[in-house]
Design a protein around this ligand. Structure first.
Ligand code: CS2
Length: 490
């Protein structure tokens, strides 16, 4: 079957064809980490902003972070791919035109730096996942002892995200290409500020670092963002379905829910796409929205992923259909998270929780518990530990938040469901955690495991936290997820 590409675009059914002529767009954005999330989120808002304004300067040069797979899928298609928005049995397929170039970060490092230094480029966005920032989990500062960071700083073609950004900025300084906004779109509170700090920490390792930091302060902003759209990993079945809708083979299909939200801190020194014309909100302070989303949506997602995974449940939609699991998520969000949140204008938290659980129940997504469970050591902090700390400060008991931590620990240490089936665990800290516990899985092994995962000392030394985690862990061990959760929510 023929492939989707610029040459075949005219054969795409009209209802799925883009409103823009992709060949008329010029590059103004570099994106680091061209996974499904970017293709379903910022690339779509950016395409829609170009359509709404007719300002076609914002095509995207997208960079793969680790493997050339997405480049190999997209390049033969001239960057074109279809987004399938699914809700229940409803599917809408549209071809997205904004990605005009794909570079493989590892093998095309020089080209990437040249793009970042291009005066036509005014925005760099990133979706690289939490762990790629290489932050120390306890301090949230760049782990300057990390061997990859050190290797980048020693002058090899950069391979890490922070190394790549710093090298790109250094080149841009050299070409005097003008102001740039570097926008983190990962699920971290204060993501822009964390990234700016990480880049500054990295510059501290460079001989010319001080001058570069000065230039960055003058020319570069790091707006914070809150991004939200559920985008499960694409399956072969999704690709086949989209191929039959398009009449053309698309290797780079992404699947997502219809809902999409983007809050961007309005902190730019140069031009940018008019995202506010395409569904995004440009606001002075993103923090209340980001905290609301991380502590509510992402924390409930993690709750369903860890408890659901241990209970042998494959998808988030199936997990949230179990009343006691939905009850535990509601209790986490309503009783524990809500009192810790600053007011977010325009958001009614009760409605937010219900909308979130409704979105999770979308059966068409088949978002797996194992996908959401991955990288727990990097997700637990931003999603749950803030709630734990703030709740304890307010003398509110973080019961559900610590239950999620216990469930994550059981996944990493025991790696079996309640029925004894093997659970696949993907967590960069798992090897160190298993080393620290020497293969033990009893309650006494939890503190060493938490310490090895980089949980901050203040919590490790607080028995109101560790005692609860140990209690839940023992209960999960004794009674299993279903019975534990039943008692917890009644
Ligand atoms: C999920 C998020 O995989 C995960 O950890 O919680 O990717 C979630 O789907 C998005 O943040 C939704 O916006």
């Amino acid at each position: 079957m023929r492939r989707l590409s610029l040459n075949t675009l005219g054969e795409v059914p009209k209802s799925s064809r883009p409103d823009l002529d992709p060949s008329q767009l010029t590059t103004g954005v570099v994106h680091l980490g061209i996974g499904g999330f970017h293709r379903a989120h910022q690339a779509v808002h950016t395409a829609d902003a170009m359509t709404a304004t007719g300002d076609t300067r914002w095509a995207i040069s997208a960079v793969t972070q680790r493997s050339p797979r997405v480049r190999d899928q997209l390049q033969p298609q001239d960057g074109l791919y279809a987004l399938a928005l699914r809700d229940g049995t409803d599917t809408r397929v549209r071809v997205v035109p904004s990605v005009r170039e794909i570079l493989d970060g590892p093998s095309e490092a020089e080209e990437v730096l040249n793009r970042i230094a291009d005066p036509a480029v005014r925005v760099v966005t990133l979706t690289v996942t939490e762990k790629a920032y290489r932050l120390h989990p306890a301090t949230q500062r760049l782990d300057t002892g990390d061997s990859e960071i050190r290797a980048d700083a020693a002058g090899r073609p950069p391979g890490t995200v922070v190394g790549r950004i710093a090298a790109g900025l250094r080149r841009r300084r050299g070409t005097d290409a003008g102001p740039l906004a570097v926008i983190s779109c990962d699920n971290l509170a204060d993501n822009g500020a964390l990234l700016r700090q990480a880049v500054t920490d990295y510059c501290g390792l460079l001989p010319d670092g001080e001058a570069l930091v000065e230039w960055i302060e003058e020319q570069v902003t790091f707006p914070c963002t809150m991004v939200d759209r559920i985008v499960p990993a694409t399956t072969e079945a999704n690709r086949t379905e989209v191929t039959s809708t398009l009449g053309l083979r698309d290797e780079a299909t992404v699947l997502a829910e219809p809902f999409s939200q983007w809050f961007v801190q309005d902190d730019f020194r140069g031009p940018r796409p008019a995202w506010e014309r395409a569904g995004a909100r440009l606001v002075p302070d993103v923090r209340p929205y980001e905290l609301t989303k991380l502590r509510t949506l992402n924390a409930c997602h993690s709750l369903l992923a860890y408890l659901g995974g241990l209970a042998g449940i494959d998808t988030i939609a199936e997990a949230v259909e179990i009343d006691d699991l939905a009850g535990a998520a509601r209790r986490l969000a309503e009783s524990e998270v809500r009192p810790t949140l600053p007011p977010a204008e325009g958001i009614d938290h009760h409605d937010y929780v219900e909308t979130t659980l409704h979105r999770f129940a979308n059966p068409a997504l088949r978002h797996t518990t194992s996908q959401v469970a991955s990288d727990g050591s990097r997700k637990i902090g931003p999603r749950l530990l803030g709630t734990v700390t703030d709740s304890l400060g307010q003398s509110n008991a973080p019961e559900m938040a610590t239950l999620v931590v216990a469930a994550w620990l059981r996944q990493v240490l025991v790696q079996r469901t309640d029925d004894g089936l093997a659970l696949e665990v993907n967590d960069p800290a798992a090897p160190t955690m298993l080393q620290a516990t020497e293969g033990r899985t009893d309650v006494a092994s939890l503190r060493p495991a938490l310490a090895a995962a980089g949980i901050p000392d203040a919590l490790l030394e607080d028995s109101r936290f560790t005692g609860r985690v140990e209690g839940w862990y023992a209960e999960l061990d004794r009674a299993g997820v279903r019975a534990t959760v039943r008692t917890a929510v009644r």
